[in-house]
Design a protein around this ligand. Structure first.
Ligand code: UD1
Length: 352
């Protein structure tokens, strides 16, 4: 198939590119080489055309004969301040809207969208009684006292996490999450009005070789990895028992290939996770042990916007796409301890 791949020079996009090409697909690779992601003055790899997805004319010129669009281009990170809001809205949401309109002009009816588990906000919780318990934002006073877990509003008992299914409510908690929800909604509406198919892959915490070095917009794996490299202990927030699912970039690429090769109509959101949740403390310990120290520090500090646990159910992706992650996070993170990281020289906040 002929596949338009956006964000093709990025950490995830470059891996998806290889996966699609190795499977025999013809890839039209584009990337706008955003300084926040690639560093200031970075040049596009030879096989990648510089293109901004918000440019309708440029899109018209590359969409001819394209069967599927695999849309990875996005401003990432949770957002550092409210000043980042226009960049998320512009690149992620306007960009997706312009792309969807161009796909309609080109008669392209299939989209694979890079989404994120951040669309759920907090994960799913259960108490002693059957059924999920709704939780709100944790109170600052509780966090100050070291009470990190959500509690049952009736009994005050500590709640435990449960795997989040795709039909869970979407409750974005960051600017990035809000932008991802909007992308999904635009794509779902486009699928309905044009009788097209969208598969939204809700990535969990992605890591792997060529991940950008730590910036205020990086995920925790890159931050811990960069600290260890400069001989500093990873700083673990809260008590380190918060759970996440770390999925290797090679598995993300495999999930994208499966989604590109799965035709359907309508809107299909799928969690893409390893299925083997791990605590943040264990991530730090695994990375530190592989590098021979220094030992992580459990700081008790917290970020007010952070969710406590977010762990997905990977069952739908297995049932529908036949996708199962291959890399066990404990093995993948140990290997990641020495993997090369991408330099992002001079990368600042994302600009519109
Ligand atoms: C992260 C990404 C999000 C992405 C998602 C899925 C960021 C900021 N967040 O969400 O954009 O969509 O993964 O891939 O990029 N922590 C520490 N020490 C640190 C930094 C963080 O202990 O130095 C803890 C945090 O308190 C949190 C956990 O690590 O409990 C994960 O943090 P992080 O990777 O930033 O964010 P996620 O919410 O998992």
């Amino acid at each position: 198939m002929r596949v338009l791949l956006t964000g093709a020079a990025g950490f995830i996009g470059a891996r998806v590119h290889r996966e699609l090409a190795d499977a025999g697909h013809e890839v039209v690779a584009v990337d706008m080489m955003l300084p926040a992601a690639h560093g200031v003055g970075a040049r596009a790899p030879e096989h990648v055309r510089v293109l901004d997805v918000r440019d309708p004319d440029a899109l018209d010129s590359v969409l001819r004969g394209v069967d599927v669009v695999c849309h990875q281009a996005a401003v990432v990170g949770a957002g550092v301040s409210a000043q980042d809001a226009p960049a998320y809205a512009s690149h992620n949401d306007l960009g997706t809207a312009v792309l969807l309109a161009a796909m309609d002009r080109a008669g392209c009816r299939r989209l694979v969208l890079a989404s994120s588990m951040v669309v759920y906000g907090e994960g799913r919780y259960r108490g002693v009684r059957p059924g999920a318990v709704e939780v709100g934002v944790r109170r600052r006073g509780d966090l100050e006292k070291g009470m990190y877990e959500h509690r049952d509003p009736d009994s005050d008992a500590v709640l435990s996490w449960a795997a989040v299914p795709e039909n869970a409510p979407l409750r974005p908690r960051s600017l990035y999450a809000a932008a991802k929800v909007a992308q999904e909604h635009y794509a779902a509406a486009w699928a309905a009005v044009t009788d097209s198919g969208v598969t939204a892959l809700r990535y969990h915490n992605v890591y792997g070789p060529d991940m950008p070095r730590d910036t205020p917009y990086s995920g925790v794996a890159a931050i811990f990895r960069s600290a260890l490299e400069s001989g500093k202990p990873p700083q673990v927030f809260e008590d380190g028992r918060q759970a996440r699912d770390f999925v290797h970039v090679s598995d993300i690429a495999a999930a994208n290939l499966a989604a590109v090769e799965y035709p359907h109509t309508g809107f299909l959101p799928l969690n893409i996770a390893s299925g083997r949740p791990i605590t943040i403390g264990a991530v730090a310990t695994t990375l530190a042990a592989a590098r021979g120290g220094p030992e992580p520090e459990i700081t008790g500090r917290y970020r007010p916007g952070d969710v406590r646990h977010i762990v997905a159910s990977p069952e739908q992706a297995q049932r529908i796409l036949g996708f199962t992650a291959q890399v066990d996070p404990l093995d993948g993170l140990a290997e990641f301890a020495f993997a090369p990281l991408r330099a992002v020289a001079g990368a600042g906040a994302p600009l519109m």
